[in-house]
Write a protein that binds this ligand. Structure first.
Ligand SMILES: NC(=O)c1ccc[n+]([C@@H]2O[C@H](COP(=O)([O-])OP(=O)(O)OC[C@H]3O[C@@H](n4cnc5c(N)ncnc54)[C@H](OP(=O)(O)O)[C@@H]3O)[C@@H](O)[C@H]2O)c1
Length: 264
């Protein structure tokens, strides 16, 4: 991939969720393509270490520690980047949970909606306007293969990703002709901090590096959708041959094997 293919959007990119997993790897790919990166997440130490790595590759990095579940976070990020020629927003921050809905922590589930949906909408809305005004930019939304049907034992997480998938599909169409590309990235299970935080156990998974490579390549080629990772592709295309009611039943069985049994 040539540096120009990613630098044409602007000198700087913002990556949320840059402290770990897919976001971290996408940030490194952008830096290798000579794009400077604004790194966003709560874990400031991890962001600072990543910033040093990025600077050692010859690109610049700016660390913006933020809790995206907190009110006003998107506005703070917008303000922190006003003086930068920003052309890419990668919305990678997110988390999931696995297990029985009746045993879930309602506060944590609401925070998940705040990070996975509310912050994504707020940031996308602010930066879509900013990018459209300069007629150049790209926004990446992290969907998932769980977005295409209800998923028992990960009900709220799958619903947040259905929201992201639908938002991305619509915006990709609406933004045509504005110079703003909207890309939905759809990974399957990927090695990162995700499974541990969600209380899930993956049998097999793509690497975060493979997922990030596919995202960067899709961005460079102006694509609006990418099924990221090899396992992601296999699972997506085999699931999609089944009608929705059957996918619900298949995902219920898969998620039962990946999460702790109920207490009762
Ligand atoms: N891994 C998978 O199997 C998989 C599959 C499909 C889709 N996805 C999606 O891919 C995206 C990245 O996940 P990942 O696999 O890279 O997981 P990860 O390694 O756990 O990374 C998640 C990132 O989100 C950040 N984050 C979480 N809560 C936050 C908050 N309140 N404020 C700011 N940042 C927050 C974390 O940073 P801090 O903890 O430092 O705040 C971390 O950098 C997520 O949207 C996820 O839903 C993942």
């Amino acid at each position: 991939m040539t540096s120009g293919a990613l630098r044409r959007f602007g000198e700087w990119a913002i990556v949320t969720g840059a402290s770990s997993g897919i976001g971290r790897e996408v940030a490194l790919r952008l830096a290798s393509a000579r794009v400077n990166v604004v790194l966003v997440a709560r874990n400031e130490q991890s962001l600072t270490r990543l910033a040093a790595d990025i600077e050692s590759r010859g690109s610049r990095a700016k660390v913006v520690p933020l809790d995206l579940a907190a009110p006003g976070a998107a506005e703070k990020l917008e303000q922190a980047t006003l003086d930068l020629d920003t052309g890419i927003l990668i919305n990678s921050a997110g988390f999931g949970s696995g297990g029985a809905f009746l045993e879930s922590d309602p506060a944590a589930e609401l925070a998940m909606v705040d990070v996975n949906c509310r912050a994504v909408l707020d940031l996308t809305s602010r930066f879509a306007r900013r990018f459209a005004a300069r007629k150049r930019g790209a926004i990446v939304l992290l969907s998932s293969i769980v977005a295409f049907q209800g998923v028992a034992r990960s009900a709220n997480y799958a619903a947040t990703k259905a929201y992201v998938q639908s938002l991305g599909e619509a915006l990709a169409e609406e933004m045509k002709g504005t110079g703003v590309l909207v890309l939905r990235a759809i990974p399957g299970p990927a090695e990162s901090g995700f499974a541990r935080r969600a209380g899930m156990k993956f049998g097999s998974a793509d690497t975060a590096v493979a997922v990030a490579d596919d995202i960067a390549a899709a961005l460079a080629k102006n694509r609006t959708s990418v099924i990221a990772g090899r396992l992601g592709k296999v699972l997506y295309y085999s699931l999609m041959t089944a009608p929705r009611f059957l996918r619900v039943s298949i995902m219920k069985r898969i998620m039962a094997s990946m999460t702790r049994p109920s207490l009762s």
